[in-house]
Design a binder for this molecule. Sequence first.
Ligand SMILES: Cc1cc2nc3c(=O)[nH]c(=O)nc-3n(C[C@H](O)[C@H](O)[C@H](O)COP(=O)(O)OP(=O)(O)OC[C@H]3O[C@@H](n4cnc5c(N)ncnc54)[C@H](O)[C@@H]3O)c2cc1C
Length: 424
Amino acid sequence: MFAFETDAEYQKVLDWAEAFVRTEVEPLDHVFSNPYDRSNEAAMRAVRPLMRQVREAGLWACHLPPELGGGGYGQVKLALLNEILGRSNWAPTVFGCQAPDSGNAEILAHYGNDEQKARYLQPLLDGEIVSCYSMTEPQAGADPRLFTFRAERDGDGWVLNGDKWFASNARFAAFTIVMAVTNPEVSIHRGATMFLVPTGTPGVEIIRNVAVYGENPDDASHAYVRYHNARVPDTAVLGGEGRAFEVAQVRLGGGRIHHAMRTLGYARKAFDLLCERAVSRQVRDGRLADLSTTKERIAQSWIEIEQFRLLVLRTAWLIDKHNDYKKVRGDIAAVKVAMPTMLRNVVQRSLHLHGSLGVTPELPLAELLVTSEWLALVDGPTEVHEATLTKQILSGYEPSPDLFPRDHLPRLREAALAKYSAGD
Ligand SMILES: Cc1cc2nc3c(=O)[nH]c(=O)nc-3n(C[C@H](O)[C@H](O)[C@H](O)COP(=O)(O)OP(=O)(O)OC[C@H]3O[C@@H](n4cnc5c(N)ncnc54)[C@H](O)[C@@H]3O)c2cc1C
């Protein structure tokens, strides 16, 4: 019933992807900085032929259903592919599945009109443009009930006012999908609407671009954006008024699983460094590998990676089985919670064992440590997902019938005695 391997045919595909990423794609990370900057002609000259090879291999944008040009592979197979893509910053771009474009394409496919699909969806699917997704505000991220960014009806359109924060890649994007409060009288989950805002819309200004620590500040790509009386037509509304959260859900389920599997790629990179260091570095009594503390670090890291991998694959399998993200919300939340902790632990051990070299930019470890921190924030902080998971778990529990637990041993023994001594 349970097989811990994929079919032979797909394994061949994965083997091709693994060799391709290692030899052709990973080197891009050392030469070109931001995969979202389509205006970087030198980078695009190198990347376009690689994109073509991915298409020929049938692996382009394969998170998408076949009608949109994807492979229709299902989440388990996608998860296995994403584990390989996690080795390189550029790999998701080369394979046409980088966030937030992958999720934004799904939103446009579901809710865009014909004109929007022709103008934005097709170029996005073709990798010609990139996009931005903007929910977070300077004063509120984790709790949307504190959002104040407003859209108000005005004639046959809408007027947008307010600030957005950490709108990744806004400076490179052709359009932004932005969440706005349209009815402050009701709860945010019924009073927010999603808008498609083309770049260049008058009244939209990037105040500054913020870098994540470790990024080159010149390449900063998380935008602080101000909207001042920015007008959009009624057709900019995606999915209908008051339905922003329904629209947002379209992009989250699969996206989180793909992120999780890519995180395994980061963790393996740190783990490989850890193991190589252990067998290379000499200490007074032998190799680092011979110390009990090193053995513990390696064993714990291996176990945490494999445990996490199983959790992600099981969740991917559940998504394929139910084909309904609502049924697996708790499982996806569990993956989101486990992901940064697993990465942080493995990276921290590897970094520590590399001594001074570990904290320099000459190894990817310090940057990966920061990555583990932002993974605990992006798409909502850990605590929010713990609450989702716990809600699902506790929905299956009833309070105990009286002061003592249902499994209080005296209660169980009394019931067992009544059952088995009945015939005495
Ligand atoms: C690299 C990166 C890329 C991002 N890209 C985007 C993007 O493209 N678009 C976008 O809209 N946003 C983006 N974000 C923003 C991200 O979604 C927010 O950082 C996240 O939702 C948390 O919001 P915040 O930063 O305002 O922190 P806050 O909401 O202030 O939360 C800070 C901390 O407070 C605690 N906390 C807050 N609320 C609760 C709660 N209900 N229960 C328990 N504890 C709580 C948690 O410990 C949390 O970590 C990105 C963030 C990062 C780091």
